[in-house]
Design a protein around this ligand. Sequence first.
Ligand code: DAH
Length: 391
Amino acid sequence: MYSVPKLEDYSPEALDTASRELLEALEQESAAVQDEAECKALRDRWMARKNGILTQINDVWLKAAPSASKRQAGQQVNQLKKQVEGMVEVARKRLLFREMPATEIDGEMVGKPLVEIPVEALDSWLATQKLAAERIDVTLPGVHRELGVRHPVLRTMDEIVAVFVAMGYSVAEGPEIDSDYYNFEALNFPPDHPARDTQDTLFIAGQERRPQRDRLLLRTHTSPVQIRTMERLRPPVRVICPGKVHRNDAPDATHSPVFHQLEGLCVDTNITLADLKGTLDHAMKAMFGSSVKTSFRPSFFPFTEPSLEVSISCPFCGEKGCSKCKGSGWIELLGSGMVDPAVFGFVDYDPAKYSGFAFGMGIERMTMLRHNIDDIQQFFLGDVRFLEQFS
Ligand code: DAH
């Protein structure tokens, strides 16, 4: 292994010989480099600041030179530095070349040539290789990401909300877990009133000790938001309350323990049944087409008096009678009525001064009618094949 000799003779010839021997030694070592570790060892051995061969020749040759030869030796050492650095770099590139795999581009092997590349050409060869390896085929199809879409139930909800917003209504919201007071009592369902049985209720467990009005439940309808809104605002009130509701119903084609409703409430001076009918007639035409008609029949809800069941003429057969409307030509769609004065009593509205109407509709049912869907469960199964139809 080469080691730096002391120089006795500083004649130009002697310096040349010493330099040549050094470079030959480096060339041999560099040609023997097989992997990255050896490449690094080579660089350290020759170029390390602390005791690399370049540092040694600086100490052993230059510093020891007699003053008459200092200049000459200095130039020689400087030149050697450049040569050594260059050769160590070449060793690295040779290694790169050796490790570079052949690549196939456009069906052609752009790879390592069979013969070793001359050192002078290594740089440009490596650059070409790098470009080739980084080439991108812009004609390949891209990665296609499907865009999400609104769930059909929420789309119907958005549309019906927009219809009422256009009539000057604002949107109000309330909690999905509410108390017996808001869900029933203030809506004029007295405790033990049979009307409660029509809304099979899911109660939060472990509240037997609480007074009944404070017991928590999953709201069975959006009507409690009427009460919360009237507690908050004085008339005139025009709000719609979209939201999720829960009932202890076994799931089947027309029932789901969770579904959505849109509630509406309008309270002002001189609100009459004619306002209710005009408003709902307009909303149904906006949702199902201007040719549908509405029909109002007496019904019962504890919080409205009188109460009205609203039907629309069957959008499938136009009143002729078909399987969708069970031959009747009409489809029952929502509940409504004039706000019962007893309800005003719970929120300190003066029933002698104010009157109002309210309504509530099921959003899944409307969506099923609009898209001819026959199973409410489809909305909750999360089957992409079903949902994709609405994209
Ligand atoms: N809350 C009723 C239900 O879920 C629907 C309803 C009927 C809401 C009449 C109203 C109304 O606001 O006036 O069955």
